[in-house]
Design a protein around this ligand. Structure first.
Ligand SMILES: [Zn+2]
Length: 56
């Protein structure tokens, strides 16, 4: 299943796919700094993959 990412940017934005939404919830709900960094990292990874998908 491939999500279509219409409005991805390098920062957390309002109009995102389900994966972004999940990661954003992790960032917002993170209690520890390490947890937050991990979620932010996952987001960056997701964005890179999304851009690859768009390029193809
Ligand atoms: Zn996304």
């Amino acid at each position: 299943m491939v999500q279509i990412h219409a409005t991805h940017s390098d920062s957390l934005c309002d109009d995102v796919c389900a994966t972004c939404e999940n990661i954003r919830k992790r960032v917002v709900g993170a209690l520890e700094e390490e947890e937050k960094l991990e979620a932010t990292d996952a987001y960056g990874d997701h964005i890179r993959r999304a851009k690859v998908v768009i390029t193809y």
